[in-house]
Design a protein around this ligand. Structure first.
Ligand SMILES: NC(=O)C1=CN([C@@H]2O[C@H](COP(=O)(O)OP(=O)(O)OC[C@H]3O[C@@H](n4cnc5c(N)ncnc54)[C@H](OP(=O)(O)O)[C@@H]3O)[C@@H](O)[C@H]2O)C=CC1
Ligand SMILES: O=C(O)C1=N[C@H](C(=O)O)C[C@H](O)C1
Length: 281
């Protein structure tokens, strides 16, 4: 950890620093002239106390890896609380994302959360908690600009179609299903408050689950996990005589960095936790 405060530059702590996303984030933060890295959190046992920059081949940064998220946020908040509030970027695991977000808010540190898998109940509770605490934050299921465009197109098309199925395809190291992005796409389509996919005949599955998961609105979601994939999503609308397909492919995690930096730069001006990158554009 490094607890120096740099005037005018955004202090950033990264949780999940050694992961697929976290390691790219560290590189991006180190390269950003308006940010400085103050903490690197990860639980990988044999990396505790090592310099994150040296571990990632980015040169010595004077920031050591720790698994003590609360201790790190507590110390960072003491250094930064009077003027230049810090940001926590989290790409860890669905099981800890609620606790990490709540801890950041409690210490007055602005959470920018990429980790997916949080329940709707927990999200709503955190929005209320952040509003009471007056701490802005962002929970963003997908930082890519292209996926936001796909979601907007899907929400617009939903007016004209009564049948829609979503498929998300990811690498096989992903813990949660369906993806946070796919849930958000479904939620945006559901803003019209209509039901989809009313069956025309009596259906049955001879292989349980082969028709995918069904949301209350009737929208079905299919999750595919394969090595070789990164992150992909299809929205298929159908009506008699035609189909309309939207597809987005993330082929490299660098796609997430512009949206992430946008959130880091805006989050300290928010009054509570917002959900979705479209809220920041
Ligand atoms: N919003 C977006 O745009 C995107 C979101 N994601 C989401 O981000 C999350 C992480 O994805 P990804 O980077 O691929 O996952 P990885 O498994 O590659 O990285 C997660 C890292 O966090 C560590 N970790 C796990 N638990 C903790 C904890 N309690 N405290 C600190 N560190 C912890 C892991 O350690 P260990 O390996 O030992 O478990 C690992 O090093 C997922 O929820 C994913 O869906 C991913 C891409 C884009
Ligand atoms: O685990 C991933 O990789 C991704 N997770 C996010 C999600 O669950 O939507 C974002 C993107 O799909 C990549």
């Amino acid at each position: 950890m490094s607890y120096s405060n740099v005037e005018g530059s955004i202090p950033v702590v990264v949780a999940g620093a050694l992961g697929a996303m976290g390691s790219q984030v560290i590189k991006t933060i180190i390269g950003a002239s308006d940010c400085h890295l103050m903490g690197a959190i990860d639980i990988v046992e044999d990396k505790q106390g090592l310099d994150i920059g040296l571990e990632l081949g980015l040169g010595h940064q004077g920031v050591t890896i720790t698994n003590d998220l609360e201790g790190c946020l507590c110390q960072v908040s003491q250094v930064t609380r009077n003027s230049n509030h810090a940001v926590l970027i989290d790409f860890t695991h669905p099981q800890v994302v609620y606790k990490h977000t709540r801890t950041a808010i409690a210490y007055g540190i602005h959470p920018v959360i990429g980790t997916t898998g949080m329940t709707k109940e927990n999200l709503l509770e955190l929005i209320e908690f952040s509003r009471k605490a007056g701490v802005g934050g962002a929970l963003i299921p997908n930082f890519s600009i292209g996926i936001i465009l796909l979601q907007q197109a899907a929400a617009a098309a939903a007016r004209f179609y009564d049948f829609v199925e979503l498929t998300e395809l990811h690498h096989n190291l992903k813990a949660d299903a369906p993806s946070g992005t796919c849930i958000k796409t479904a939620e945006l389509i559901e803003e019209l408050d209509k039901s989809f996919n009313q069956p025309k005949i009596e259906e049955y599955e001879s292989l349980l689950g082969c028709r995918g998961g069904r949301r209350e609105s009737g929208i079905r979601i299919h999750s595919v996990r394969l090595p070789g994939l990164v992150a992909h999503q299809e929205v298929l609308f159908g009506s008699p005589g035609e189909t309309y397909t939207l597809r987005h492919d993330t082929v490299d995690r660098s796609a997430y960095m512009p949206g992430l930096m946008l959130a880091v730069r805006k989050v300290r001006r928010l009054e509570s936790l917002v959900y979705g990158l479209e809220r920041l554009l």
